[in-house]
Design a protein around this ligand. Sequence first.
Ligand code: PLP
Length: 233
Amino acid sequence: MGEIQQNIIDIEQRITAAAQKSGRKREDILLLAVSKTIDVPRIKQAVDCGLKELGENRVQEILEKYDTMGKDVCWHLIGHLQTNKVKYIINKVKMIHSVESIKLAEEIDKRAKQSNVIMDILVEVNIADEQSKFGVTPKETLSFIKNIAFLDNIRIKGLMTVAPFVDNPEENRDCFRRMRQLLVDINAEKIDNVNMNVLSMGMSNDFEVAIEEGATIVRVGTNIFGKRVYPQQ
Ligand SMILES: *Cc1c(COP(=O)(O)O)cnc(C)c1O
């Protein structure tokens, strides 16, 4: 058995266990394979194991892999997105996880309209208020959503966060819990067009804790493909 296949079996078991532990169903959680820096043959090994939804953080990398990976898979944009690049991916991705400015939401709406699609988006929340991170602050999230909810060609599906990098995943439990509470609180506002049920949170280091706290999408790269090797700049 290949290493990637073995890794996926291991992750699957851990997801199932975390779901059971918290009284949830395995099928309510998507394992998104984060394929940034990974070449197509290795990504295909993961796809052959049933992981058909792929996450990339750069537009350019989606464009490079898109044709070769073919129609069996679908793509999620999970990293920071520049407004001027929206047009390249509007017809290529299933969901954009990293919406954090009104300008970006408006551009996605505009390009989606031109392409006659409705784009599913998540609002990126900087849950721990880290200087180095993208995302709206927890305090700003409600008003941000109110400001973009009227846009016809985007559908706000939920919230996403990149939690702090920690040694012990338990340290992020409170962040994940606050993410879920934020989603519940915003839904309770009954904003027109807003009924969110997606929580994209948890990575290789902390996906089990995220699942226990309500994640519906976990974004896992390293645990599937091994440590990433970045090309020298
Ligand atoms: C790289 C990346 C991941 C996956 O991180 P791992 O620790 O390798 O699992 C998840 N989310 C985002 C936004 C990323 O950029």
